[in-house]
Every structure is written in C-alpha cells, then in structure tokens.
Design a protein around this ligand. Structure first.
Ligand code: ARG
Length: 300
C-alpha cells in the first residue's frame, strides 16, 4: 500500500476501508519514578533553560485521578509496573503501537517501537514483557532501525483500518513505509513542523470518524489539506491551549467521553457544543515532561 502524503493522493473515503472494533483495553504505567531528569523535548525545560521541577506527590495524585476516570469506563484497565531510572515510562503511549485485530492474528496486538532517544530505549522491552505476561500478542519488531514512537505518532482513524502517522523528530518515514508494506496498510503521513509539537498526538486528536480537535499551524500545507479532507468537523485549539497545555493530547476512549487537560476553556467549550461528555483533568506535572492524558495510556 503506498504512503499518502497529499490530499490528491487520498483518493478514497476512509469509510470504504475495513472497520475495526473499538479497543477495549487501556494500559497505564505506574508513575512511581516519573520525574524530569533530562530534556528530550522543549517542554522539559523552563524559560531559563533549566530542567522542569516536578512536584512528585502532586503528579501521583494527578495520575490517580486519571486512573479513577479510566476505571469508570467500559474497558479492561491494566497497570504496568514501574522501571527504575525510567522517569518517562508513565508516557506509555510511546513504547508500542497498538495493532487492530486482523493484522497479527484475530486479536488486537502491539508493535514494538524504536525509541528516538537512548534514555527511553529500555522501556520497550519492559512493556512488551508485561504485555506478553498478560497474553497480549506482540508483533515482530520492524527491520528498519528508523525511529517510530508508538501511538505518540501513529493514530488510528477511529473505527477504520487506516493510520495517521507523524513524521518528525520521533518517527521516521522509513519506519512507516515498512509498516505499510508489512500489513498492506494505508498510512497517511503528516509532517510535524514545530518543535513544541514533536509528536502527532500533541497537535491532532481524532475523536470519531467526523470530528477532530487540532492545531493546524503544527502541520505543513499538505498535512492541513489531508486533515481537512478527511474530517468534516474540525475544532481548532487556541495557540496557548495547544502549545502550553497540550489541549489536543486528550483522551476520547469511546467516541463519546472526552478526558481533556484542564485550563483549556475554548477547547472545552467547542467539545461541549458537539455534545461530548467532558471531564477535565489537571496534568500540570506531566506537562513538564511534555505529555498529558493521551500519551499516558495505551489503548488496544
Ligand atoms: N518526556 C517524554 C518524551 O519526550 C514525553 C512523551 C509524551 N508522549 C507523547 N506521546 N506525546 O518522550
């Protein structure tokens, strides 16, 4: 299947593609070791270039609120144990990419990532080991050594076998090309054009087949054209909400409920006007690591 890079190349409607069931499992990672010990994205330093200082007790409380919110959803919830000296493990969207049923056998599976930074490399093995122990199928790693950071950059089109893929500091086109070929999968490439939006999940939230929340300036013209073509209902997050509070890093686990980073009033207003059941959660301490609700889970 060829990679799709422009709106002209998107010459089919996603609704023509095979359906995929809603993923019913959510994985969270124990935040015991969460902290900011190094800077691998611009959010991890303050205005003076110093590493962000995390209130670790508050971080734990914020994670617990996410855990509570997830436990009220109609999903199977799993918590992966911590890994010493891996402060970013809590962002468990990155070490693996969920694969819908039908790609690696009849059940949903996961593909191991190739992390872009050495600091996070060992998270992959830790996560796969945990998931295997829970009976989850793990696909063979890609042969390409090019980076691919899981569902930080790979977003499944809600309900369809179609992948939206960020190309930027964390995921490389060569990795997406291998994936497209291995599974005969259509993959839409979106170039990330702004260092603050270093993962696709920081600037695009796919809510359902029609709706998305996004920050268009994080993309180039081709990328904007693709999103505009595929999603008739688009809400633009204001710049401060998108850049500083990662409004687009929301979690919409069922096409109806939205867990939104708090202090994003304009995004919240827009989502409410679309009748999403909104829940706002404070993730101030995780924003210091460069992530929020979407990247603190793996749904598969
Ligand atoms: N500090 C982590 C990193 O830079 C944050 C990852 C956030 N994940 C995401 N999918 N946006 O890798």
């Amino acid at each position: 299947m060829p990679l799709i890079r422009t709106a002209t190349e998107l010459d089919f409607s996603p609704t023509e593609l095979p359906r995929t069931p809603r993923p019913k499992r959510i994985l969270l990672a124990d935040p015991r070791d969460y902290d900011v010990h190094y800077a691998i994205n611009p959010h991890m330093v303050d205005e003076d270039g110093e590493l962000q200082v995390v209130d670790r007790e508050l971080a734990r409380e914020q994670w617990q609120a996410l855990h509570r919110a997830c436990s009220e959803l109609d999903v199977e919830l799993m918590v992966m144990p911590p890994l010493a000296q891996h402060p970013d493990l809590v962002f468990c969207a990155n070490p693996a990419l969920p694969l819908p049923p039908g790609l690696e056998g009849p059940e949903a599976a996961v593909l191991p990532s190739q992390m872009a930074s050495s600091e996070r490399a060992d998270e992959v093995h830790h996560m796969l080991q945990f998931l295997r122990s829970r009976g989850v199928t793990c696909a063979p790693a890609l042969e390409s050594a090019a980076p691919l950071e899981g569902t930080g950059d790979g977003l499944w089109h809600p309900g369809r076998r179609l992948l939206w893929a960020g190309v930027g500091p964390r995921s490389d086109e060569r990795a997406w090309a291998e994936l497209a070929e291995r599974y005969d999968l259509p993959i839409i490439l979106l170039n990330l054009a702004d260092p603050d939006f270093y993962h696709l999940d920081t600037c695009l939230a796919l809510l359902d087949e029609e709706h998305c929340l996004w920050f268009p300036e994080a993309f180039d013209a081709a990328g904007r054209g693709l999103v505009e073509l595929a999603f008739p209902k688009r809400l633009v997050a204001p710049e401060d909400e998108a850049r500083r509070r990662l409004a687009c890093n929301l979690l919409c686990p069922d096409g109806h409920t939205v867990l939104l980073p708090s202090n994003c009033p304009e995004s919240a207003r827009g989502l409410r006007s679309w009748n999403y059941a909104l829940r706002e959660l404070d993730t101030s301490e995780f924003l210091k690591g460069g992530g929020s609700l979407f990247c603190m889970k793996l749904q598969f």
